[in-house]
Design a protein around this ligand. Structure first.
Ligand code: FMN
Length: 177
């Protein structure tokens, strides 16, 4: 899929076919995340791949309104390592969520190139996931992402209707809104 086309067509997917995700496709999707750039090349990310039905159910239970996660054959849990990215953005903001976000965007577009769909969910109860995966201190959950072949009956691919226009979000030379 051409990049500009992907920006305009890839939408979150919340309904999946029961078809498994081939290992090589899964690998390419996560590889795309791994290739994102990070400050000082710190790569403060880790990804847990969940195939097991019982564990998927537990992950879905940690996400309010996340029942659809269970429909996907795979759930990815994107983690950020606080201590690996102590650099502050502009002196005030931890950088690791930004870096994991860049990886997730790569992952989302790579999934589309494999005809797979995903949806970055942040509406999770972190404590439940910390317990389930026994996460050590300093390792934070940044996203829960179902991955699978979209159910064509619920496909919403196409330009996102709600996006603000170019002139609404861009100013030249000054903050002039
Ligand atoms: C950082 C982030 C967090 C999101 N969290 C959730 C979520 O917890 N649950 C969910 O169903 N969708 C989630 N989404 C998807 C958004 O709800 C979706 O992109 C937004 O409603 C716009 O829809 P559209 O991209 O189809 O236009 C998230 C997207 C982003 C980028």
């Amino acid at each position: 899929m051409e990049v500009q086309e992907a920006f305009r067509s890839v939408r979150p997917c919340r309904a999946f076919l029961p078809r498994p995700v081939p290992d090589d496709a899964l690998r390419r999707v996560i590889d795309a995340a791994r290739l994102a750039s990070t400050g000082s090349d710190q790569q403060p990310w880790r990804f847990i791949v969940v195939h097991d039905e019982e564990r998927k159910r537990k992950v879905a239970q940690a996400v309010p309104r996340g029942a659809f996660l269970n429909l996907a054959p795979v759930i990815l849990v994107a983690l950020g390592l606080e201590e690996a990215a102590p650099a502050l953005v502009g002196g005030y903001m931890m950088s690791y969520p930004l870096e994991v976000a860049a990886a997730i965007q790569n992952l989302t577009l790579a999934a589309a190139a494999e005809q797979l769909g995903t949806c970055w969910c942040t509406d999770f109860k972190e404590g439940k996931l910390r317990e389930l995966f026994q996460l050590p201190e300093g390792v934070r959950v940044v996203g829960v992402l179902p991955l699978g072949y979209p159910d064509p009956a619920s496909l919403t691919n196409g330009p996102a209707p709600g996006r603000m226009g170019f002139s609404e979000i861009v100013a030249f030379e000054n903050f002039s809104w």
